[in-house]
Design a protein around this ligand. Sequence first.
Ligand SMILES: [Fe+2]
Length: 278
Amino acid sequence: MSSDTVESTPDEERSAFETAQEEQEDVDPRTIPQTLEEPPPVGDEIEYPDYPDEDHETWQILVERQMEQLPGRACEAYMRGQDVLGLEGDRIPDLADLSRRLNEETGWEVANVPGLIHEKNFFSLLSQRKFPSTNYVRGREELDYTPAPDCFHDIFGHMPMLTQPEFADFYQLYGQAAQNAEGADRPRLERFHWFTVEFGLIQEQGEKRIFGAGIVSSNEEVTHALSDEVTLHPFDPEHIVEKDDYEVYNLQKELFVLDSFEQLVDGFRDWTSKSGLL
Ligand SMILES: [Fe+2]
């Protein structure tokens, strides 16, 4: 989204992300979404880059330090998804290979995109069960945080959950609903994405577990999200879509907890049908 669009958008139609971006003095060019001029390569059309060794080492560092924390904190579906995808720490995975495995599991594929993409491209790909992923890894100086997407967040953070059947169906529905959203429904859907896909928790065997990509791919957030410093709310679409005070650049103060992934897909279906989006 360009800054022109942000300035001309009324407050109630603006997301926390847009407002936070506007308040930044220097906008990182990597955070300005690009419009795709043509369909991105999908599945076997994706070529594996000739990565320098340093990139594989960065991937390895990122995977190894997250894996020290995730067992016992990430939900079962996420951990199983890692196995299904064959995610390992020794080298950056091949998107074509991941796409094949995802497709066998839940019918999702991977589309290789150049960075942050315009929301209309993003929602269109999701609605077709295609997950937009970058193929470059962050620089060594950004191990803890990068404002732009990179393949560690996209692959390690997002893809394991796409092997979970209800989550996989929900995410396609999300893309379909978002394509229909106008006005204040746009930031409402962005909040829904934030508190589920990116920062969602789930109750499992009497404990809170992580499934949000923004948590599983962040070194600090994994332990913070499950600590006493966070106020937890039961999953409630009506509450989530009006929660406009989330932290874009800091650790999260409030999170929502699902009972099951069925609750996610059913709750989203109910809310979108009440709102006339699906
Ligand atoms: Fe993400």
